[in-house]
Design a protein around this ligand. Structure first.
Ligand SMILES: NC(=O)c1ccc[n+]([C@@H]2O[C@H](COP(=O)([O-])OP(=O)(O)OC[C@H]3O[C@@H](n4cnc5c(N)ncnc54)[C@H](OP(=O)(O)O)[C@@H]3O)[C@@H](O)[C@H]2O)c1
Length: 325
């Protein structure tokens, strides 16, 4: 089968398409044929050796996917032909990922594709929706009358956070570079859109009533602004640090506003916790059949081009597929 493998940490060109054996399922593993794989910035960080806790290469990356079940263990809850998604965290981090034609994983690493998601939406939404659900629900305990501020709003995390926050009844502030995408972000759940680079962003957020919950993927110096824009008893969930890993923050604002700062890491949830989290998330998304917006789908041969495209800030997810053609 064809699989995108890397053998040593380095730049993204270390990832190369190779011919490898189709995996043989052992124990409680289910063999699936990949239909679509979703790309995440963390795949690239992992290849660069910047992802803490990942396995030493060689393996294939890719943590999101929609796949067709080919072979099941005895007594499995799945049957051949079922379409499944990959909510569990270790795929593409500590074992082979979804950028391959076939994948074999323990049964509890899969869940049935939700009825209202297409296979493409299944590959797009699972991990970012789960991350944002764990941030908004498990960490921040978001309440319906609260305001959620989301940075990097046009990316996978940003759009997933806006969608869930709206379903939970919250008011939303989207922060995006340049606000070029403001009109589309408003259609996708933003009540208001602000510019990441706006020098008056803290005052502008305060004028809107401040933020009770902040999901930040920008990091760097923006983190200190998050502390300034948070309301008393606010919760800041740090999900990414695309603008930099170093920042200077003062403890004073955290102390006097009794802020809670949460580090989020979706891959720390064990398989059973991911399944629980997915069930809760889908109960929130189902009434309005919410799915994640897809920006562009690249052919399986063009994984490198797809990663390059992601650098320019798409509006929604970037996918690979159909892989099984
Ligand atoms: N902790 C976890 O468990 C977890 C889970 C999933 C993802 N993540 C991390 O969260 C981050 C975002 O993931 P994603 O899936 O949303 O990525 P994405 O789909 O590539 O979107 C990232 C968005 O961030 C903004 N952005 C990009 N580079 C930026 C920069 N240098 N400064 C400021 N804004 C920038 C852009 O939005 P605008 O143009 O709208 O500003 C871009 O669309 C990544 O670092 C990823 O690794 C963490």
């Amino acid at each position: 089968m064809r699989s995108w493998q890397f053998h040593e940490f380095g730049q993204i060109d270390k990832l190369q398409m190779e011919d490898v054996d189709i995996p043989t399922p052992t124990g409680d593993e289910v063999l699936v044929k990949m239909k679509y794989a979703g790309l995440n910035p963390a795949d690239k960080f992992l290849i660069m050796g910047l992802y803490q806790g990942c396995a030493e290469p060689s393996y294939s990356v890719g943590r999101d996917g929609c796949c067709e079940v080919i072979q099941t263990p005895e007594g499995s809850k799945f049957k051949a032909g079922d379409l499944v998604i990959t909510p569990s965290a270790t795929v593409g981090i500590n074992r082979d990922g979804t950028l391959a034609e076939y994948l074999s994983l323990p049964e509890d690493h899969f869940a049935l594709l939700p009825s209202w998601w297409s296979p493409e939406e299944g590959a797009a939404g699972t991990k970012v929706f789960l991350t944002c659900w764990q941030a908004l629900s498990d960490a921040a305990h978001l309440q319906p009358d609260e305001t959620v501020l989301v940075t990097g709003a046009s990316g996978g995390i940003g759009l997933a956070a806006l969608a869930i926050a709206k379903e939970m009844g919250a008011t939303t502030i989207a922060v995006s570079r340049g606000v070029k995408k403001a009109a589309q972000l408003k259609k996708l759940g933003a009540d208001c859109v602000l510019d990441t680079e706006d020098p008056d962003i803290v005052a502008n957020v305060k004028e809107l009533g401040g933020a009770d919950v902040i999901l930040d993927i920008v990091g760097g110096d923006f983190l200190s602004k998050c502390i300034d824009m948070a309301n008393p008893y606010g919760r800041i969930c740090i999900i990414g640090a695309l603008a930099g890993i170093n920042c200077e923050i003062s403890p004073v604002g955290i102390i006097f506003k009794r802020l809670q700062i949460h580090g989020m890491q979706v891959s720390m949830y064990k398989a059973d916790e991911s399944q629980r989290s997915l069930k809760e998330l889908l109960a929130v998304l189902e009434p309005n059949k919410v799915a994640l917006k897809i920006d562009k789908i690249f052919p399986f041969e063009e994984v490198q081009e797809a990663f390059e495209y992601m650098r320019y800030g798409p509006l929604g997810k970037v996918l690979i597929g159909p892989i099984d053609e």
